[in-house]
Design a protein around this ligand. Sequence first.
Ligand SMILES: Nc1ncnc2c1ncn2[C@@H]1O[C@H](COP(=O)(O)OP(=O)(O)OP(=O)(O)O)[C@@H](O)[C@H]1O
Length: 229
Amino acid sequence: MKCNLQCVNLTKSYQIGSQTQVVLNNINASFNEGEIIAIMGASGSGKSTLLNMLAGLDISTEGEVLLVGQSYNKTNETKISSLRNKHMGFVFQGHHLLSEFSALENVLMPISISKKPSNDQTEYAKKLMDQVGLSHRYNHKPSELSGGERQRVAIARSLVNRPDVVLMDEPTGNLDDDNTQQVHELIVQLNQQHPATFIIVTHNRDLANGLPKRYLLKNGQLIEVTEDF
Ligand SMILES: Nc1ncnc2c1ncn2[C@@H]1O[C@H](COP(=O)(O)OP(=O)(O)OP(=O)(O)O)[C@@H](O)[C@H]1O
């Protein structure tokens, strides 16, 4: 099994004055190709801190994170950013779409930041839009889409670089119940269609309980749970 993302003795602490707060305490975890994982945790348990570490956006206090076998610790900012662009996709709670661009252009954004997308890449972006049920929305601007549609554009965008890991932070956070259910089903379906590791940080118990692997972040530990939340 190919390990796409790994935490090795990962520790993150913050120093406030003379106080040290250990937020992540010696976490060891491996996330393999094709897995879809929920991470839950109370407010303040360190979910954002963990996501930042997994994305290489923050430096560990001790230990390391390896993306496709490469440690963020052993490289520089430019290389981390190119590693991230090549191997990671992101979905945030707010969709973070660019309002002046069409849905299709937004899906292509991770590519078009550095170069003009090829015909193949544009065709692939259209295929992703079809997979998220938006084949009739290529040319719509974000303001002309519903909240659920906007989030589906963001999900298509997260896959356009054919990433090894997709990090999702509250992907259904801003959606109503119906859209939450639809986006949830879509994420599970996409995980079966794409050979990537999906890591979903969520407060939504139903979403988490519907996934095969679940972790709880508590007291600095990432604990795999086998029962429903
Ligand atoms: N830059 C920082 N400096 C000092 N302490 C921080 C910093 N960032 C986070 N913390 C502390 O680390 C702990 C975890 O914060 P984090 O934002 O990771 O939690 P969270 O689980 O994402 O919370 P929420 O669900 O409310 O967003 C909190 O106690 C927070 O105060």
